[in-house]
Write a protein that binds this ligand. Structure first.
Ligand SMILES: CSC[C@@H](O)[C@@H](O)C(=O)COP(=O)(O)O
Length: 368
């Protein structure tokens, strides 16, 4: 992606090689601010406070967090502690645990003296792999968008609805759900994106709208409850979202509110696609609704809203009465039966165990 015309990733090794650079996503869209992460604690805090967020980027940050820990102390105990601290930051996105497990498998058998440089190199590789996966997913998703455009008779605009931010900012580059959209836009398809605001943290209004704007993709921000109305009136050709954890049977956990969009899509015959890199698949789970841990965050994210005042100052204001309790569920699970197809780096498949295993045959018979 380019930011103000300059190509960049969302996470990088700083030029001095001593720290990891990130974009502080809590400051967007009002300010574009980068930050240095120099310790395990800073990496864990960045994930917990959502300075970095989105399933693949959480995993990439955790991998670098292991390096930051091991360069201080590369003992078995320090490695175990780094995995514990980072693993406890956010519960739903399985990419976090996948990345920590990748690091463990590589590092545990190595002599202590070799671990820091190996961790640094592997974290960089995981980032490169994420970029390649997302680009490949984009190519497969692009074919679905082209087919939808043909079905529409190449009339008007291709109307895509998305929820939360499954874009460049949620990954190392490209995005998951937005990767096909960027490719479609670049290929000249007249794609227009309905962007759910995605309360309570407004990742749609603040992040998706911002990055689509950076790339010049036409888009319109809508309140979270508008999608059903648009679908009833033929104004959505397809829904395209990301996921934080998908079961071996194709149940999909994603940002809270995704399930309601999938129900509305089903009722209106609108295709509902989910884009996911393979590290997002939790092969050990069968029943997403019962088994995927759903993050509950502080109620102030719901009761308080941050925005820019007319004066230019960024301020946080309370929108609920003092004394009213807030429940802040961050994710929900869309059952596989509501998902038209899954888009992965290896191709598109039905949201079924057979579908996923046809693309990832090496997983056949493996529980995790
Ligand atoms: C990148 S794909 C899926 C997601 O990670 C995304 O849609 C999402 O739900 C992000 O949630 P967040 O709480 O902002 O980390």
């Amino acid at each position: 992606m380019k930011v103000q015309g300059r190509p960049m990733r969302t996470i990088w090794l700083e030029p001095d090689g001593q720290a990891v650079g990130i974009i502080d996503q809590t400051r967007l869209p009002h300010a574009f601010v980068t930050a240095r992460l120099g310790t395990l604690e800073e990496a864990a805090h960045a994930i917990r406070a959502m300075r970095v967020r989105g399933a693949p980027l959480i995993g990439a940050t955790a991998a670098y967090g292991v390096w930051l820990a091991l360069r201080e102390d590369a003992s078995d105990a320090a490695l175990a502690r780094a995995r514990e601290v980072l693993g406890a930051t956010r519960p739903t996105a399985v990419n976090l645990h996948w990345a920590l497990e990748q690091m463990r498998q590589l590092l545990e058998p190595l002599p202590v003296s070799e671990r820091p440089s190996a961790a640094k190199q592997r974290a960089a590789e995981l980032c490169d792999e994420d970029v390649a996966i997302n680009r490949a997913m984009g190519g497969h998703g692009l074919k679905l968008l082209e087919a939808a455009w043909e079905r529409k008779g190449r009339q008007g605009r291709l109307e895509v609805l998305t929820h939360c931010n499954a874009g460049w900012l949620a990954t190392v580059d490209w995005g998951t759900a937005l990767s096909p959209i960027y490719l479609a836009h670049d290929a000249g398809l007249p794609v227009h994106v309905w962007v759910d605001e995605t309360r309570p943290r407004n990742q749609g209004a603040g992040l998706t709208a911002w990055e689509l704007g950076q790339h010049g993709v036409p888009h319109t921000v809508i309140a979270d409850n508008v999608g059903g109305h648009l679908m009833q009136h033929g104004q959505v050709d397809l829904c395209l979202v990301g996921t934080d954890r998908t079961t071996a049977h194709g149940d999909v956990a994603n940002k809270i509110g995704t399930y309601l969009k999938a129900l509305a899509a089903k009722d209106n015959g609108v295709p509902f696609y989910v884009a996911l890199p393979s590290p997002t698949i939790d092969w050990s789970l069968r029943d997403g609704v019962r088994e995927i841990p759903i993050e509950q965050r502080d109620g102030t994210e719901l009761s308080d809203v941050t925005g820019r005042l007319a004066s230019g100052e960024v301020a946080t204001v309370r929108v609920t009465p003092e004394g009213s309790a807030s429940a802040n569920y961050a994710f929900d699970v869309t059952p596989a039966r509501l998902v038209t197809a899954l888009i992965t780096e290896r191709g598109v498949c039905p949201a079924t165990e057979e579908g996923l295993r046809s693309l990832f045959p090496e997983r056949a018979g493996r529980a995790s």
